[in-house]
Design a protein. Sequence first.
Length: 273
Amino acid sequence: MSGLRSLGPVMLIGAGKMGLALARGWLDAGLPPSNLILVDPQPGEAARAFAEDFGVAIHAEPVGLEPNVLVLAVKPQIIGTVMAGLGPVIGSHTLVLSIAAGISIATLARGLATDRVVRAMPNTPAQLGKGISGAVAGPGVDAAGRAAAEALLEAAGRVLWFDAESDLDTVTAVSGSGPAYVFNLVEALAAAGVAQGLSEPVAMQLARQTIIGAAALLDADPAPAGVLRQNVTSPNGTTAAALAVLMADDGLAPLVTRAVAAARRRSEELGRD
């Protein structure tokens, strides 16, 4: 992370949840607050509090010198409008790191008039430094640019690099959207407990802590998930009875496959909208 201390000015466009999660990770990892330029025309309460805590100004539009790195953390639906106003702050040395879902490197390169573009997809556990990002480097990104992008993304968690940009649509569908799937599983598990007679608060507490504990076991034990599942499944026991339903031909696996396919299709559509 020491590379962040010497990275130079980093301009973050979009101070939403993901943008702020990344920015907090950068500052914690050594990026001087004076090197962080926040740009958001309508900052929320969390963004204003972040700026006050770290002594960082929030600008309504891109201002000042050309940054060494420009990070796009905006919704894909407004990327065209955002890019239209960024020309004056992008220099020949500026690296662009985009986390806008579905927006291709080619689209970003055309809109920003630079081929020094890295496209990445982090996920919301980045807020705790527990995220994972998939990344692809454009043709104009050299080794130094790739290292700079990796240093910024690693402040939020792990980074996996891909050669094929099309893989990022699947990364978006699996890990980018994946935390929401887990939260929905908590909701479903709690609802099942209520259906079996538990109160809603007790069922939710059991469901939440079960997922938290299982995630901690995954983090602590490098064994495959299938092995961990087998370790807690006694033959003909209660877990086996439940897994017979979840692992049936019409069970959880085909449902998740359809969900991920739907998310990937939408990621592809966002790039065409």
